[in-house]
Design a protein around this ligand. Sequence first.
Ligand SMILES: *Cc1c(COP(=O)(O)O)cnc(C)c1O
Length: 480
Amino acid sequence: MPVGFGMTDTTGILLSSIPSVDKLLRTAEAETLIDAFGRQPVTDAVRSDLAHLRQSIAKNSGVTEKQISGDSILARVTATLESNITPSLRPVFNLTGTVLHTNLGRAPLPEEAVEAIAAVSRGASNLEYNLETGRRGDRDVHLEEKFAQLIGAEAVTIVNNNAAAVLLILNALALRKEVIVSRGELIEIGGAFRIPDIMSRAGAKLREVGTTNRTHARDFEEAISSRTALLMKVHTSNYEVQGFTAAVSETELAEIAHKNDLPFVIDLGSGTMTDLEQFGLPHEPTAQEALAAGADLVSFSGDKLLGGPQAGIIAGRADLIAKIKKNPMKRAMRCDKMTIAALETILRLYADPDRLAERIPALRLLARKRYSIKETAKRIETVLAAALGEKFEVLQQDCQSQIGSGSLPTERLDSIALVVRPTAAKGIGTALKRLATAFRRLPVPVIGRIQDDALWLDLRCLESEIEDAFSGQLKNLAIK
Ligand SMILES: *Cc1c(COP(=O)(O)O)cnc(C)c1O
């Protein structure tokens, strides 16, 4: 690099004493790094560190002699290489108090499902191969019959998520025709899933009836015409209309639809295949109940209350499912083998309803009792207080967990949180932000929620099996 105008002597000296890439790569430390990370990544990291050094020196940013020593350079290179191999997508502790947290990956899978995913993804599988006949098969056969049996449906088909399921149903059954929906159900759920938008993207025409708070049977009856393709009900997952309200029951809607030879479709949203009351949870309409009430098709998510992988399940009348399966969009929305493997395991667990609450982690977490969470709180409290030191106080406090993913939105579950408060009277907001950041920077990031001038760590999802992993890493907490 030419010594430019205005460049001081020290600048020139610093620049000329930067070690060369070759020299650095020949050191024993670099050899070790090359063994661990590969020659190319190490070379790239060294080059980029040196380029950065030269820039900083040229800008007179106070680079010291020590910083350009081989040891310092290789220490920085090691840190860069290590951070480069930290996956972007990785496990976290969900202590937000929202069990099925969409941003945190929703339902945790049972170990058996994780093993099934590993087994099927490691090598070849009979994904679309019929082992009996030796001919090409259909990937859906691994699930459809078992699902249909459990739900009591004539037929079932599976896609990538419930948003895809709704889009596919509408496109297959209502292209260029009208779909009648109550105004009270034109919902938006997180991540820009809005019923009216999905409807238009699917090529169907939305025909809204009734008002936000009240919709009657006659509203539907009067809206039906030769342009109508189907009647639809959308489970208002994430909110509740209270007060002066009226909605048409599913049985009634089914009757109106069938009198007019139209299918009646329900987007259940969360959807479940078991009565949640057995776990001390409020009732959530099951797929079985919706079909028994006369729905011709229902759709629901795989990773909400079902407790499985991300998927969308469509169940109901065989002729309608056949039509959906023939739609070219189905091919674009098909599940991969890992999802199918995990779902098959979930179905096996559902076949044994007595042990569901132990074996499906999502249900186990939702059903977890306050006394069990209290035990965790007692064990963790002192460890946490010791790790945080005098600048913070840690208290056990009653709190309320949420189910999440828009399921049973107004329901709350009694839980216990460890509440961390800065002891200083001033700068509480900043202290809390730094605290939350330090928790997020742990090897397995811990996600809580800030509320009432404190960081709340709801312990519902910290089961005893993962407690040690949680406490063990607290020594790494680095609060700025
Ligand atoms: C969650 C939800 C969806 C979308 O399901 P995904 O599986 O997240 O795609 C659609 N409709 C309702 C009513 C929902 O609650």
